[in-house]
Ligand binder design. Structure first.
Ligand SMILES: Nc1ncnc2c1ncn2[C@@H]1O[C@H](COP(=O)(O)OP(=O)(O)OP(=O)(O)O)[C@@H](O)[C@H]1O
Ligand SMILES: [Mg+2]
Length: 258
């Protein structure tokens, strides 16, 4: 069910030195809603997810704007307070398991570390089993003893999703979480993410370069071009009647008959 009031709202401008990459990008998500932000490589997608997590300064960028969660302004909160939000209220699924998972750690250790970042003691009995099951990974002790380095990319991606949703965030930011995968695994993971968003009433911002892949499960699609959102609408509307010349070019570039 989608509530009336947005759970997550933002207006973001971001630059690297004197170069503006995002110019007043606005977004608003309700619980259970999946919004896809589609842009070409280099259009600023990762810059946006890093800005929303207030981590862009570590990439040498500068951000201004507003980020509101349940109506509360998060922009510019002290680092200690932001650490309580990041990974707990705002979950994040990064692009590449090979870059994001420490290969020398066991799956159990990664789960424990993620749990321990925002909770004390041990999780309730069966917690990890249920979590791993929800992303269609084996949950037995033998699997959990494996090192992250021994996972396939698809399994690693499922684990990243499990870690991203472990604390049941109100909002999940997913930055191209399937671009390293073959088309079948990609479509399984997209389906999984959309089911998770609907089932747990999470709001999801899905950032992708692939309009065709994201359209089917998105409540809304936003087209990012030259630092601005140039068009926004229901996927069917965007395909039927793209208005902005860039969106028209994007839709024209899809295989015929789609
Ligand atoms: N640390 C940085 N310093 C300077 N410029 C940067 C930095 N990071 C990114 N950029 C530039 O900002 C723009 C947006 O980069 P960003 O990584 O956000 O794009 P993206 O949409 O995520 O691309 P991709 O689809 O390839 O991941 C690009 O022109 C890039 O060259
Ligand atoms: Mg990127």
């Amino acid at each position: 069910m989608i509530d009336a009031a947005p759970v997550f709202e933002y207006t973001i401008s971001a630059r690297y030195g004197g170069v503006t990459v995002l110019d007043q990008i606005q977004g608003s998500l309700r619980s259970g809603e999946i919004v896809s932000l589609v842009g070409l490589s280099g259009s600023g997608k990762t810059t946006l997810s890093m800005s929303l997590l207030q981590l862009l300064q570590y990439r040498g960028g500068t951000v201004s704007g507003s980020i509101r969660l349940h109506g509360r302004e998060l922009f510019g909160l002290p680092a200690g307070e932001l650490r309580n939000v990041r990974g707990k209220e705002i979950g994040y699924v990064p692009q590449s398991p090979t870059a994001a998972l420490n290969p020398r750690l066991r799956i159990q250790t990664l789960l424990d570390e993620t749990w321990g970042a925002h909770a004390t003691g041990k999780p309730p009995a069966g917690f990890y089993e249920e979590l791993l099951g929800s992303v269609s990974l084996p949950a037995d002790a033998e699997f959990r003893r494996k090192y992250a380095s021994s996972l396939s990319v698809g399994q690693g991606q499922r684990l990243l999703i499990a870690l991203g949703i472990l604390h049941k965030p109100a909002v999940l930011l997913a930055d191209e979480p399937t671009s390293a995968l073959d088309v079948i695994t990609q479509s399984q993971i997209l389906k999984l993410l959309s089911e998770l968003a609907r089932r747990s009433n999470m709001a999801m911002l899905f950032i992708s370069h692939d309009l065709q892949a994201v359209a089917s499960f998105s409540s809304r699609v936003e087209i990012l071009h030259r630092g601005r959102v140039v068009e926004t609408g229901a996927p069917a509307e965007i395909f039927r009647n793209p208005v902005h010349p860039f969106t028209q070019e994007l839709v024209r570039s899809l295989p015929r008959g789609f």
